[in-house]
Design a protein around this ligand. Structure first.
Ligand code: NDP
Length: 260
């Protein structure tokens, strides 16, 4: 068991990539805490994991863009588990698109607040216990949009570029403390987020959903969507002792569409 005796907190663990990571960690013995805004989803995932993996689970309602909500949720997780998390996966995220001139203040600030500031709030809340313990893992689910750009996603892309800056700086800050900080940069993954992107293209352009989905798949040289489990497999490597030498990296899981 690669994560026996570890406690892992996964933000946005109620569905999609976060759910897959929570399962992957629990299968390796971690006690997992799943947090997100939709209480029913995190409760269901926690219950399913307990049933399948037989590990203790925890769930809490949490809006990562609210510093008070993060403080409450992380305190609840620490109380239930007896101590703070060893592993933090900053996975909670949103993605909406708009041409820049139609990107209103709310859309812009929402992306920075959830994707970037949320990562900062959760990391700041989790880090002191990792430093005290001399062991920790911070894994940020960024995106290939954190390395490159694309039309209509300036807010999303800017927020994910910010996540990479945070990742790299913090990795160097805590490198001597037994803590690693890394980012995973997926291409399009088969989750609700991608389904919503396809529906949005259809609504805005009238292009049939099937065509848009094919176009998205064709952005990946492997001509497919990435599976959530593939992102989870890399997260598991980064979370385990096997990944202790990997620090400050931003690793793509995208079939080779971005080569840096
Ligand atoms: P989903 O939309 O399927 O899931 C997103 C998760 O984040 C949900 O659990 C959602 O729960 C949670 N979340 C959203 N906003 C907040 C918030 N303010 N506070 C707490 N939780 C929140 O997306 P994916 O699983 O596809 O995406 C997960 C991550 O991977 C995101 O950071 C995304 O940017 C990134 N990513 C996804 C790609 C893709 O193609 N799907 C590609 C590259 C990166 P709730 O709404 O209940 O809060």
């Amino acid at each position: 068991m690669k994560l026996a005796d570890k406690i892992a907190c996964i933000t946005g663990g109620g569905r999609g990539i976060g759910r897959a990571i929570a399962f992957a960690f629990a299968r390796e013995g971690a006690r997992v805490a799943v947090v997100a805004r939709t209480a029913s989803e995190v409760a269901r995932v926690a219950e399913e994991i307990s049933e399948e993996c037989g590990v203790e689970t925890m769930h809490a309602e949490c809006d990562v863009s609210s510093v008070e909500s993060v403080a409450r949720a992380f305190a609840a997780v620490a109380e239930k588990c007896g101590r703070a998390s060893d592993i933090l996966v900053n996975n909670a995220g949103i993605a909406e698109s708009a041409p820049l001139v139609k990107t209103d203040d709310e859309l812009w600030h929402r992306h920075l607040a959830v994707n970037l500031t949320g990562t900062f709030y959760c990391t700041r809340a989790a880090l002191p216990a990792m430093i005290e313990r001399g062991w920790g893992r911070v894994i940020n689910i960024a995106s290939i949009a954190g390395k490159t750009g694309a039309p209509y996603i300036a807010a999303y892309s800017a927020s994910k570029h910010g996540v990479l800056g945070l990742t790299r700086s913090l990795a160097l800050e805590v490198a001597t403390k037994g803590i690693t900080v890394n980012a995973i940069c997926p291409g399009y993954v088969d989750t609700d987020m991608t389904t919503r992107a396809v529906e949005n293209i259809e609504a805005k352009t009238g292009r049939p959903a099937r065509e848009s989905l094919d176009a998205i798949k064709n952005m990946n040289p492997q001509r497919r969507l990435v599976e959530p489990a593939e992102v989870a497999a890399l997260a598991l490597l980064l979370a385990s002792d096997d990944g202790c030498g990997i620090n400050g990296q931003a690793i793509n899981v995208d079939g080779g569409s971005v080569l840096f």
